[in-house]
Design a protein around this ligand. Structure first.
Ligand code: GLU
Length: 513
């Protein structure tokens, strides 16, 4: 690629950013990094009726959490600012006027009532819904049906008006999509979309094209839902004489529900209890709280890795990629055309892989954070040891605490099944002897814990396989878990012998011959 790549992520602050939107941001980011280009964040906030306070901040925080820091944005600025469309008003009206002057757009004065009437009238006559287009515009109130004097007078009288694109009859619009190939649309399928609204604000279409041009965007990478708008955008580029610098387009496949049918929605998340938003969001309108990947315990690097592979594949078996590696490997031609199925279990799998390779210190940090919020203290340097034992068994950082509570607390209950099957007189004798042996020790290594146990087993003539589960249940309350000798060495000999004695006492009624 010769020219300097400039891509943009252009969300509208109409609510929290869905992970589909975040994936769009990610692909733009990766594409920019891959080509040493520039990643722009542009806030498309021209529709004031849909503006939701806090949404822009949410978008910025989400990008930041994922490490997708824009090179140019409302916060950071840049040479092509401002980066909020509501602050760029003066750019749009001039181009709309140019379109009117060169005959590719017109002023329309139809009131909402008149439009409603036309909708009814023209719907009834033809049986198809009303569209403002080459066929109906001659019957409407606009600068094409009125004399120049009338139009000038109306404009001078401050009568409300919109500017509409004059979409020609009977032409073909062709565009090349980097993912879908050639897309051809007939102009009959496009209506005379409003470019400027009566409040003087541009519509999405107008602002989007003008800004992509002024910001020298080279590639528009966005969701598939925008593909139907693209032919219209192509016409605007042509009519403004910007065809030669028109960006290339890539429309990303949808994120689908886990079942594979239909778009993944907020409702899916609420129904199944998994997040579909990067960060938690308190909806100011409904009062609902939507859960976020962050607050649910997903690590940003794992989340990004998961998201990158929802629609793109590297063409190899490799699954684990850092952001840097993704930036190297990414290419638009490996984005699939079909929708990508969302699978929360895959997200969990990535989280597990990323937790596994964390340093002991980082894992201990997670454990300490859980302990602080639980108001529990951990003696000495055991947090690191516990974290290390648990690393292969956790999906989320707070699982170290949730699944490893036995390191801090005596069992409150004992696994019933294990007690029923393994709490034999013979085993209890071994456990009692073991407790006695442990009391004599100051500390106990894994080897020492094992050696001591083996000596007792030999004296009692009991096979190790018979007693292990009883020992585990007495120490942890559970039927399974990490290596028992490691647990013993972490708990220490006196804590272990206390626990064994307590279990023997509490479970006295359950001993079987
Ligand atoms: N503002 C549009 C959105 O909210 C941007 C679409 C585009 O990238 O052109 O998704």
């Amino acid at each position: 690629m010769n020219k300097h790549v400039r891509v943009r992520f252009a969300p509208s602050p109409t609510g929290p950013l869905h992970i589909g939107g975040l994936r769009t941001a990610l692909y733009n980011f990766l594409f920019a990094r891959k080509h040493q280009g520039t990643f722009v964040l542009r806030i498309e906030d021209t529709d004031r009726s849909r503006y939701v306070p806090g949404a822009e901040e949410y978008i910025i925080n989400s990008l930041e959490w994922c490490g997708l820091i824009p090179d140019e944005s409302p916060d950071r600025g840049g040479d092509f600012g401002p980066y909020r469309q509501s602050e760029r008003k003066e750019h749009y009206a001039g181009f709309a006027r140019e379109l009117v002057e060169n005959g590719h757009a017109y002023y329309a004065f139809d009131t909402p009532e008149e439009l409603e009437k036309a909708r009814k009238r023209l719907h009834n006559d033809k049986g198809i819904p009303f569209q403002y287009n080459a066929f109906t515009r001659p019957q409407m109130k606009n600068s094409l049906t009125m004399s120049e004097e009338e139009t000038t007078a109306l404009l001078a009288s401050q009568a409300p008006f919109v500017v509409r694109l004059k979409v020609p009859e009977n032409e073909k619009v062709e565009l090349h999509d980097l993912i879908r190939g050639i897309v051809t649309v007939r102009t009959e399928e496009i209506d005379d979309k409003i470019l400027m609204k009566s409040d003087g604000m541009p519509t999405y279409h107008m602002a989007n094209v003008v800004d992509d041009h002024l910001m020298q965007i080279t590639h528009v990478i966005r969701g598939e839902e925008w593909l139907p708008s693209t032919p219209l955008h192509v016409l605007i580029y042509q009519y403004l004489g910007w065809e030669n610098t028109m960006p290339e387009f890539a429309h990303l496949p949808l994120l689908l529900k886990p079942e594979g049918k239909g778009k993944l929605s907020k409702r899916d998340g609420l129904k199944h209890g998994y997040p579909v938003f990067p960060l938690e969001w308190d909806d100011p309108q409904s009062g609902e709280t939507l859960t976020g990947f962050k607050e649910s315990g997903y690590l940003p690097d794992a989340f990004i890795n998961f998201l990158a592979l929802l629609g793109w594949n590297p063409g190899t078996e490799q699954e684990i990629f850092s952001l840097e590696e993704l930036s190297q490997a990414f290419s638009i031609d490996r984005i699939g055309k079909g929708g990508a199925k969302f699978d929360i279990n895959k997200a969990k799998w990535f989280n597990q892989q990323y937790l596994k390779i964390k340093s002991t210190q980082e894992l201990a940090g997670y454990l300490n954070a859980s302990l602080t919020s639980e108001g529990v203290e951990f003696p000495g340097d055991k947090a690191g040891q516990v974290a290390d034992v648990m690393r292969d068994r956790i999906t989320f950082p707070d699982d170290i605490w949730l699944k490893g509570q036995f390191f801090l607390k005596q069992p409150a209950e004992y696994n019933e099944k294990v007690v029923r099957e393994k709490w034999t007189r013979e085993n209890v004798q071994v456990l009692s002897d073991y407790a006695g042996a442990l009391t004599k020790l100051e500390t106990v290594s894994e080897e020492k814990a094992k050696g001591t146990l083996e000596a007792i087993l030999e004296l009692n003539k009991v096979a190790i396989g018979k007693v292990m589960q009883a020992l585990r249940v007495a120490l942890t309350g559970e039927g399974g878990g990490p290596d028992l000798m490691r647990i013993i060495s972490i708990l220490g000999p006196s804590e272990c012998s206390n626990r064994l004695r307590t279990a023997i006492e509490i479970l006295d009624d359950h001993v079987k011959d």
